[in-house]
Design a binder for this molecule. Structure first.
Ligand code: CA
Ligand code: CA
Ligand code: CA
Length: 206
């Protein structure tokens, strides 16, 4: 006897397989979308962090080692320095005092007070004529993490870098060099908060 059409069982199996395939495809699309969103945010945060690090490095590499304050930073979130502008009678002439510092954008209380999904976010500010009446300041970037990635304020070195409770921008001495560490944060296209951390070592001039 020749069969024609499908039995109910065959149809049920076919629909079952089809719906499994649809679920798997939807999963794949959603996973791929997730990865793309994260990848794009990562690239943009990396670019921001590296540009900012290069900017700080550019100044500190020209700063006089003897003008640094603190002279031997150990995790401080600000550093003061002066740039050389020439020599007179064999003596280096230093420019006006500058300071790069971490500046909180909201109360540092572990609460997202301004509801932007970032907790205790901060910015980096350059202060010119620091400590004088002619003091002016320029914001270099916002979106700085309150604490360096992996660090929480508890009196412990949570991320194992030798610094305790260090901020999202911090300076530490390593021999003749100053190590600059920086954590930026941002959101991907799906609203998830992400952080990226960069570090470099610079040797101020003698
Ligand atoms: Ca906030
Ligand atoms: Ca630490
Ligand atoms: Ca800690």
């Amino acid at each position: 006897m020749r069969r024609s059409g499908f039995t109910l069982l065959e149809l049920a199996v076919a629909f079952g397989v089809l719906s499994l395939a649809i679920v798997a495809a939807a999963d794949l699309v959603s996973t791929t979308g997730d990865a793309l969103a994260r990848g794009a945010a990562t690239a943009s945060l990396d670019a921001k962090a590296n540009a900012l690090l290069a900017r700080i490095e550019r100044d500190l590499v020209q700063a006089g080692a003897e003008t640094l304050l603190p002279a031997a930073p150990a995790g401080e979130s600000a550093i003061a320095y002066r740039l050389a502008f020439g020599y007179e009678d064999g003596v280096t002439q230093w420019g006006s005092p500058l300071r790069i510092e971490f500046r909180a954008d909201e109360a540092q209380d572990g609460v997202d007070n301004d509801a932007d999904r970032f907790v205790d976010e901060a910015r980096i500010v350059l202060v010119r004529n620091a400590g004088t009446t002619a003091e002016t300041e320029t914001a270099w970037a916002n979106g700085i993490r309150s604490y360096l990635e992996g660090e929480v304020p508890n009196g412990l070195d949570d991320n194992g870098n030798g610094l305790v409770d260090e901020r999202g921008l911090c300076f530490a001495r390593d021999g003749e060099a100053i190590v600059i560490r920086l954590s930026v944060e941002g959101r991907d296209s799906r609203g998830r908060v992400m952080a990226r951390t960069v570090a470099t070592a610079v040797r101020p001039r003698n």
